[in-house]
Design a protein around this ligand. Structure first.
Ligand code: GLN
Length: 189
């Protein structure tokens, strides 16, 4: 089993470190030929969604990755990665648009851009949450379910094979979110 991590820009290395701790194989996706490698799951990291959206198209990665997600490839999008998955984006352009959620970009404003907290995740224990110029999820469609909320705002959701978090689980010690991706990836092996 191997997880591909989109490595065009942003916080991709930290995701690799989390997968190392879980003993999961992973590789970086930088160009089209990286997609020839068998992949059981995908991580779309945090960074700048506008830049990633542009590079995905320029590097001819957009269509094949979108098709893989639509065909059921397990995917975890964190922060900018959430924006890439969202069907509708306030303050930006949708990218893959495969997840029935409405994302609001830079939702907490520039001054309050970074903060941390904790909240129960997916009906389980509380996990630490780190937000950096984060979006939040203003609405989830009938296909998607909220996984976590902070101050009444949805900050994580899942729709079948797709998990999106407004926060950065890779910048904490907690492996809950990555474990959830691996559980989906194992089933699809
Ligand atoms: N604000 C960024 C964007 O819109 C996301 C920030 C992040 O990924 N840490 O893409």
């Amino acid at each position: 089993m191997a997880i591909g991590i989109l490595a065009l820009q942003g916080a991709f290395a930290e995701h690799g470190a989390m997968l190392d701790r879980l003993g999961a194989e992973h590789f970086e996706i930088r160009q089209r030929r990286d997609l020839e490698r068998p992949m059981n799951g995908l991580i779309l990291p945090g960074g700048e969604s506008t830049v990633m959206n542009k590079l995905l198209r320029e590097l001819d990665l957009y269509q094949p990755l979108k098709a893989m997600i639509q065909e059921g490839l397990p995917v975890l999008g964190t922060c900018a990665g959430l924006i890439l998955l969202a069907q509708s984006v306030e303050g930006g352009q949708p990218c893959f648009g495969t997840m029935d959620i409405r994302a609001v970009r830079n939702a907490y404003g520039r001054q309050l851009g970074s903060f941390s907290g904790e909240a129960p995740f997916a009906g389980g224990e509380s996990i630490p949450l780190v937000f950096i110029r984060a979006p939040y999820i203003a609405a989830v469609g009938p296909e998607a379910e909220p996984l976590a909320q902070v101050d009444g705002r949805i900050v994580a959701a899942q729709q079948g094979n797709q998990i999106a978090t407004a926060f950065h689980p890779e910048l904490t010690d907690d492996l809950t979110v990555h474990r959830r991706l691996l559980a989906l990836a194992r089933v699809s092996c």
